[in-house]
Design a binder for this molecule. Sequence first.
Ligand code: ADP
Ligand code: MG
Length: 617
Amino acid sequence: MPKIQILDQNTINKIAAGEVIERPASVVKELMENAIDAKASAITVEIRDGGISFIRVTDNGCGILADEIPMAFLRHSTSKIRTVEDLFLVSSLGFRGEALSSIAAVAQVEVITRTCGNLTGIRYQIEGGVEKGMEEIGAPEGTTFIVRNLFYNTPVRKKFLKTAMTEGAHVGDLVEKIALSHPEISVRFIQNNQNKLYTSGNHSLKDIIYTIYGREIAANLLPIQAGYEAISVNGFAGKPVIARNNRFFENYFINGRYIKSKIIGKAIEEAYRPFMMQHRYPFTLLHLQIEPELLDVNIHPTKMELRFQNGEAVFHAVQDAITKVLMHKELIPQVEPGTEKRNEKPSVPPRQQNKTKTPSFPEPFEKQRMLQWQETNSAGTGPERVAEETAGYCVKKIPEPVEKQISKPARQMDLFEERLLEPASRLRHKLIGQLFDTYWLVEFNDQLYIIDQHAAHEKVLYEQTMAALALRKQSGQIVDPPIILTLGGRESALFEKHRQVFRDMGFEIEHFGGREYAVRAVPDNLFSLAHRELLMEIMDGLSEDAAFAGSTMIYEKVASMSCKAAVKGNHSMSFPEADQLIDQLLKLENPYACPHGRPTIISMSKHDLEKKFKRIV
Ligand code: ADP
Ligand code: MG
């Protein structure tokens, strides 16, 4: 066993850096928080190469005194607390005194700073924890940190960094959050010499929301101002119409700090629950002020998670504040003007318009089926029409000639398929009816099949859409006027990366300025679904798996999202429609599960039933 030795300070700092500094975004976070603590009213963040090779954070705060600079880079050096007791009262953002020493341990750092009392400034350089120089120079009041080549001396850590695009997107997200958490500070973000964000520091949270999230969200906000004992809640609750399908838009800040808290997240979702569909998440931007004594901010080195002394009170305050504004508003969504005009085809799938139509009673349905079957094979127009009706927009699928279908070898299929799926057996399927507005019961031989109409519909549309998307390179249908989307940093980075895939599918999307993109054409089989929410949902869905999104995944996502949207709200289904749907479903290679993995068909045998009724033992 080698001799026990105490690690040198540099090694200790490198190890500690792992806790605080994980990626470029963590550096930016620490530097911005220091700038805020230094009472800056303007902060500029500039990165290149996702922040991996270059980060510059400039503030106009109080500056650092010359003789305190080297000290600031020592571990546990801080101007913000003096004793453990102070920990409980601290209202500044950082106080552990670890950030600068950690950053300097794993990068090449340069700081230029001037305090307001001094005529000249100081330039100080430190690399890998080793001081490289200090000189007097002319400088504006405030502090500039330049951090170069993060993890240059810890290659293992460097390997864990993602691509510059992903790291840059993380920095972008973080800068947005900090801008939102301090509307009184003007924040500028420059990425690869391009201006990505600018907030004016005019105190208006709504202006910043507009800048970051766009007009649609800014126009659908309900202001919140609520006070409780030791807690106040201010900010905005988004109307349910702007809900998303992920939690990225649930923003909340405590005492000016962006944090994550299960309690607050849950309180937000509880408040929205009566107004929201399942798996939809609201937009919120809440500023909570909580007496520092009730918080434990020292719980995690990167301070993203908080512990409350009275979690219940926090939960209640947030839920109550949101519930109150939601309850007092008329929240019925308005039809977007122009939606109808934009599409020649109605934007609502035709079948939804028939919603009130009572399903025709299944008289002798087998006969109907027969008739339809004959019609199909003689005229060839019947099923196309029905298919279009069923799908709302779906691709016209020309049925294979019956002879061909029947001649397919059925022997290799398993028992279940052989019986239910064989085209010839379709004629003997007895469609009994609909159960609970959702399930269709089919009797065939000695089995009862129960088909989930939503899952089935989704599956059919999905397969058709996938096939059509893959086939139709470059064919799009013009959307006029174009649909303007405001994408978040992550979304736009992802979109830029996969532009070509979208183009191949038939989308024509152009950069419109700032965060806005104009959708000028969509794949023609998605035309009737070309509305803002669906496109946003697709982008949202993609950004969840951001880094790993390959082109196939994008195809799948687009197909499955559009199918989900097409099926939504189609509750009633007539017998011919159901029959047609089952027809289409059973022709698929794998009809048993919807694109999201739920089963489409379950079955129960006559034998099972008889056993249940104890007719047989
Ligand atoms: P902490 O923020 O936890 O105190 P840091 O390592 O982040 O520890 O910073 C060490 C000290 O350096 C701070 O306490 C502060 O006094 C000083 N400092 C850092 N950044 C700035 C800045 N931008 N402006 C003024 N002072 C700064
Ligand atoms: Mg700090």
